[in-house]
Ligand binder design. Sequence first.
Ligand code: ZN
Length: 94
Amino acid sequence: MADDYTAGNQRRRGMKCPICGVHSETIFARVLDANGTAHPMKPPRCGTCAEAWAEQNVFNRPKSYVIDSRVGPTTAEEMVFFRPYEEQMHNFKP
Ligand SMILES: [Zn+2]
């Protein structure tokens, strides 16, 4: 899989999470609860997926959130907020 390798064809640290498919440097095989009891996960997964798994399987909380990185269209309020910054950056040369 191409993205497991860097441009120099070196193997990247970590692996692709089998749950979400995102490359993660750290893969977790178990979750420890507050009492130090280990709860193994099969298959091992990235931190984000491990947290979601623990919420449902260790803490028995229903999944109450979804990670959603979608960005909607800029609102009128945001345009007002960003305008002074855009004016500052206009003609800016580093
Ligand atoms: Zn994952």
